[in-house]
Design a protein around this ligand. Structure first.
Ligand code: MV4
Length: 481
């Protein structure tokens, strides 16, 4: 199979990111866009661009049939869905294939299985994958479930099978609240997902979120590209990610990598995927779920492995054999990513609407910015408020952190509030610097007051340094006397 033209069914930084690699490979690109995105960089960057509808995503970027129609009319060979929107829609993947268009991603079977937490557990069950103690079938009998909960021990966590990314979870502290929490969880799951299936697990109180990047071809080869540490998140929204994790030993890394590869094999995976694990205080790891798409934070994995994950996606979509073997891969240096959101860290991270009056990005050695915006543009309220991803890398973690702090101060954004100052807060925090943190980092340490306090300290230090320089200069000036 030869891919000569790719349609990117997405917008913003990821659409540009995908098209960059397509261009590098000599592949033509087609952008689709909504009315509000007419002037967007992803539209200008593409060889061809087609308006597909109004701003709300259910009238544009989510219109699978419309996008396939556009693809057919422009003789597109393959569709890259990016992340979000149609990327984990099994029906869309299937519709692409039916119309003789390559879907750059896994087969619909894998998407469907991993879209259901219970089906996922069932599928990986015989592949020797560590899982949190709990039930692997939907709970139908509440007294029976109560018995199981007592056996596992409280606190337990109720999860919706159709949930994911933290939606539809409830912690139950003791037996007395079990029934009422279960009732609520079920009705919530029905309301949110149209599927009331829930299951229970032992609640892992202070886990780290570690995920493994995998890549699989159509010939049965599956490799992993090591881990990403994604514990710095706020309400299930990741803000800072890094690779590698500072807590994994080479042995644990290999065990988790091999487990992730088995998860991919269990569902006949093809393409780029991510297997999520929880890691408890004793470094036991447990399979959580698999994301069947290229993730936002994929750049940190690309940097430490010297790979282009989009290029690999396209190659395996063409039916090529994976050009990399597991033993070829090793970790080079350390990479950090900060998601730059149009959100106000001083105001509960509420979306900050407005125009990018000033917009200048940092550049230089050890800095990569995956960006979707330019000066003068407005941040549309219709989509995810992520403006860009600021990525830094160096030989060591300390180097990457120090580059990140500098890059943040050289990133000039006026007109809206962003998560850039939050990035500085994280980089300056002892718990982050020491590597001793878990998924509760933000809840535990962050408050607007803390941020302001840190900024004041920074300003004081800057002032002291300025005074010191001034005094030294004065001394020098006086020396000739
Ligand atoms: C858990 C857990 C503790 N114990 N499962 C949240 C997202 C979804 N993928 C699974 N999640 C969790 N599952 C057990 N048995 C804690 C979380 C969790 C979490 C996981 C990863 C990253 C951030 C998180 C924040 C809160 C809770």
């Amino acid at each position: 199979m030869n891919i000569k033209k790719i349609l990117v069914a997405n917008r913003g930084e990821i659409a540009i990111r995908v098209m960059k690699t397509a261009k590098k490979m000599g592949i033509k690109t087609v952008a689709v866009y909504s009315t509000i995105d007419r002037q967007s960089p992803h539209v200008k960057y593409a060889d061809e661009a087609v308006l597909i509808g109004e701003a709300p995503s259910n009238q544009s970027y989510l219109l699978g049939d419309k996008i396939i129609e556009v693809a057919k009319s422009l003789n597109v060979d393959a569709i890259h869905p990016g992340y979000g929107f149609l990327s984990e829609n099994a029906d869309f993947a299937e519709a692409c294939e039916k119309n003789n268009i390559v879907f750059i991603g896994p087969k619909s079977h894998a998407i469907r299985v991993m879209g259901s937490k219970l089906a996922a557990k069932e599928t990986v069950k015989s592949y020797d994958i560590p899982m949190v103690p709990g039930t692997d079938e939907a709970i139908t009998d509440i007294p029976e479930a109560k018995k199981i909960a007592a056996k596992i021990g409280f606190p337990i966590l109720i999860k919706a099978s159709a949930g994911g990314g933290g939606k539809g979870m409830r912690i139950v502290e003791n037996e007395a609240e079990f029934e009422s929490q279960m009732d609520r969880a079920i009705s919530e799951a029905i309301n949110s997902f149209g599927d009331g299936s829930v299951f229970i697990e032992k609640y892992v109180a202070s886990p780290r979120h570690i995920e493994i990047q995998v890549m699989a071809d159509t010939h049965g080869n599956v490799i992993h590209l090591f881990e990403r540490e994604c514990s710095i998140q706020r309400r299930h929204q990741k803000v800072v990610e890094e690779a590698p994790s500072s807590v994994l030993t080479p042995e644990l890394r290999q065990q988790m990598g091999e487990a992730a590869v088995r998860v991919a094999k269990a569902c006949d995976y093809v393409g780029a995927g991510t297997v999520e694990f929880l890691l408890d205080e004793n470094l036991n790891f447990y399979f959580l779920e698999m994301n069947t798409r290229l993730q936002v934070e994929h750049p940190v994995s690309e940097i430490i492995t010297n790979t282009d994950l989009v290029e690999l996606q396209i190659q395996v979509a063409c039916g090529e054999v994976l050009p990399i073997k597991q033993e070829d891969l090793k970790i080079h240096g350390h990479a950090l990513e900060l998601r730059v959101y149009a959100e106000d860290p001083l105001n509960d991270f509420l979306p900050s609407v407005g125009t990018l009056e000033t917009y200048r990005m940092p550049e230089g050695e050890g800095i990569r910015v995956d960006n979707g915006f330019e000066e003068g543009m407005e941040i549309p309220i219709y989509y995810d408020p992520m403006i860009s991803k600021l990525i830094t890398y160096g030989n060591t973690r300390d180097e990457a952190i120090s580059l990140m702090k500098n890059a943040i101060s050289n990133y000039h954004i006026e007109g809206i509030q962003t998560t850039l100052p939050f990035g500085t807060f994280v980089c300056e925090h002892d718990a982050f610097r020491s590597g001793n943190f878990d998924t509760h980092f933000v809840k535990k340490y962050y408050s607007p007051e803390q941020l302001l306090e840190q900024q004041k300290t920074e300003a004081r230090i800057a002032a002291l340094i300025a005074v010191k320089h001034y005094v030294e200069e004065q001394k020098q000036l006086r020396l000739p006397n």
